[in-house]
Design a protein around this ligand. Sequence first.
Ligand SMILES: [Zn+2]
Length: 80
Amino acid sequence: MRRIPQAPPSVRINKVRADEAPWRCTRCHALLARKRGSRLHVRFARGHEYIVGLPATTRCRFCQTLNEYPAPAAEPARRS
Ligand SMILES: [Zn+2]
């Protein structure tokens, strides 16, 4: 009986855990941070890391869109 090498059933690269939901840019979907419990884990290149409380606001480094977390109500406030 020949042994067939088999990949482990659930090796997944770049899959996030349920408790680390990604926060993505609303416009270009670039990864901005990951949610960890009630905080956001922000990681930059060269080892800079921040863990910030909510709510948080940032500008996307790719498309300059201002993103808020948690996202504000879908409908912007109207002033009549
Ligand atoms: Zn963006």
